[in-house]
Design a protein around this ligand. Structure first.
Ligand SMILES: [Fe+2]
Length: 314
């Protein structure tokens, strides 16, 4: 029991949409930040523990083998929100990848460029403990428990880097177009194609393994409900991935996905990114079907105004 004079420590926390620290960094125009670990509240750690413990048996059942190896290699603490520095100590020696804390939305070119440099823009806030299923935007559970275990896999990591290279190609193509109207139209279509590919693979991809359909997409790996639904439900259509379909297929983010695509392996996925690159060069991404996702002004500008050297980092 506390008396009127007793000071009750206020733990502000780093909760999704309720984190003054993040608002301050954004207001200061900072995108890449340090993870202020001491700011996590006990409620934040409890939310992590609850998410992790209910997810674990579902990962055992539905996650692909590369993810299971990855989560073991990262040695995440099931009870406490992870420190990015600790995660990187285990991750970096395996594939060169690093989780890099960000204060908010990273425009598309910058995001893909980070992947190219083996950096993963990582949200550090965590969802509220009383709303474990409700996720208005990515949080640290999605990014660290859903994405980062995949980055421990060499073939998957190389696929992400190859995808990041595509952003440079897209920016070069964009900046070679003199007519502003044509430039915007073409870039919008290319970004849409890239976003759809990313969505149906990195975020919501399935993999056919010898013991059945497994999950490798991070949106599925971090969703307690959907990881089961996507494999078990007869309402979900699952097809072998076809590039021409994926780049023209709209998607909506506010409900379980009714349509998913599977790959055979990450070597398969790597080769698809190569195909996507060729299609980009051939102009086959210049006029994809309209619809979701909408490409915002910041994403468009990030490609049109991108500054980079054409030197490869490989
Ligand atoms: Fe994600």
């Amino acid at each position: 029991m506390t008396t009127a004079n007793e000071e009750v420590p206020v733990q502000i926390g780093l909760t999704t949409t309720e984190a003054p620290f993040i608002e301050e960094r954004k207001a200061a125009g900072e995108l890449y930040i340090q993870q202020p670990y001491d700011l996590y509240s006990e409620a934040n750690h409890e939310a992590w523990a609850a998410l992790y413990s209910r997810m674990s048996p579902r990962w055992e059942k539905y996650a692909n083998q590369h993810f299971m190896r990855g989560i073991a290699n990262l040695c995440l603490d099931p009870q406490r929100v992870p420190k990015l520095d600790d995660v990187n100590q285990f991750l970096n020696p395996l594939t060169g990848f690093r989780a890099k804390a960000v204060a908010g939305y990273v425009p598309a070119f910058m995001f893909f460029d980070c992947l190219r440099n083996r950096e993963f823009p990582t949200t550090i806030t965590i969802r509220r403990g009383d709303k474990l299923d409700y996720l208005p935007e990515p949080d640290i559970f999605h990014d660290i428990a859903g994405h980062v275990p995949m980055h421990t896999d060499r073939a998957f990591a190389d696929t992400l880097v190859r995808f990041g290279d595509l952003a440079h190609l897209a920016a070069e193509i964009a900046q070679g177009i003199k007519d502003p109207e044509k430039q915007v139209k073409k870039v919008e279509s290319i970004i849409k194609a890239m976003a759809r590919f990313f969505w149906f693979t990195i975020e919501f991809g399935l993999m056919k393994e010898s013991d059945g359909m497994k999950v490798y997409g991070s949106g599925l790996l971090s969703s307690y409900g959907e990881i089961e639904h996507c494999v078990e439900s007869s309402e979900v259509q699952r097809f072998p991935i076809q590039l021409e379909w994926v780049i023209n297929q709209y998607f909506e983010i506010d409900h379980y996905q009714p349509l998913l695509f599977w790959v055979d392996s990450f070597d398969h996925l790597f080769s698809l990114v190569g195909e996507l690159e060729q299609w980009m060069k051939d102009g086959k991404l210049d006029n994809v079907s309209p619809g979701e996702p909408l490409v915002n002004e910041a994403d468009l500008r990030s490609f049109i105004a991108a500054e980079f050297s054409s030197q490869s980092v490989d």
